[in-house]
Design a protein around this ligand. Sequence first.
Ligand SMILES: [Zn+2]
Length: 381
Amino acid sequence: MDDVTSPAERLLGDPQLTDRMLSSLQALVQTESPSSDVQACTRCAHVLVEQMNAWLPTPAELLTHRGRPAVRWGAAQPRVLLIGHFDTVWPEGTLERLPWQVDGDRLRGPGVFDMKAGIVQGLAAVAAMDPGDAAHVGMLFTSDEEIGSGTSRDLIESVARHAHAVYVLEPSVEGELKSSRKGTSWYEVLITGRAAHAGLEPEKGINALTEAARFITAATGWGDAQEATTVTPTTARAGVTDNTVPDRAIIGVDARAWSFAEQQRVDDLVRGWALEHPQAQLSVIAGGINRPAMAASTELLERALAIAATHQVTVPGHRAVGGGSDGNFTAALGIPTLDGLGAVGDGAHAEHEWASVEGMRERAALVAALTEDVVRKGHLV
Ligand SMILES: [Zn+2]
């Protein structure tokens, strides 16, 4: 073969590319996959395997890891690993309200932007590479990212461990790559008191709801504007009837920080909170420090921006963002990681979610060029 064009040029010059990508994306979007529904995610994993097998020279593998589906492709110890997730935040039935739609440059449907378009871009990118290069690439798509990756974290870490670079196919932010992400923590806090009749003998009760109110009020002050640490009480449940002193309250707390020390500081405050009533009790029944903060590899960032410019792919720049992703895990292992290489569009987790058709083409080309670059050049410094 004397094909001297690069994979990016092949993609950008392929008149069939958009149609092929849209048909794969439609199949994925029309198979709903809320994180909480393992069966739905498994159906989506099967569709993903079918789509991958249509794009790629060797078959994809459907895994069940800790009871959840994941899809893996390629080298056992890839030099470049592309990661993403096919679960979405949208409950089953959302398609009836927000159906798959192609409206000019805008694609719509649940999870189209976060992040099914990014997955398809990754498939197109790897499919366009020379087989000798693609042999050093791996892809891993998981199904619990939107709920903290509790079951897939060790799988991601083990597949990524020997990689020279990890590319995260999560959506861009206004077209920009994600240079760093905050660390994330979440907590489900249980406060236990004692029930009593609110009319007959309220003094015998220990009111978990008023204890919760004090906790929530305090927690709103645990952020740090200087460090950009945020602590946000997000949910609260307490009480069973109108005339009973509530004996249980459950509070959800979301915390984000740029450093692990800050995550630890908030963790200590949550767990060490002193309740007012000596017999009331507090315990963290779920959650804790989830993803450590991520700093993208500056070398990868620079290469990505240079490669984008070479191929006239518009990348306005890069940005630090508050949300965490699975890239936080791989960056914490010391593996050069770059995030936000997926869809161009807007509205992650929002009703107006959309992905750009032209963005899919361009970003597939960018991922292909960047992947080829690291596969050929080897280790980053
Ligand atoms: Zn996502």
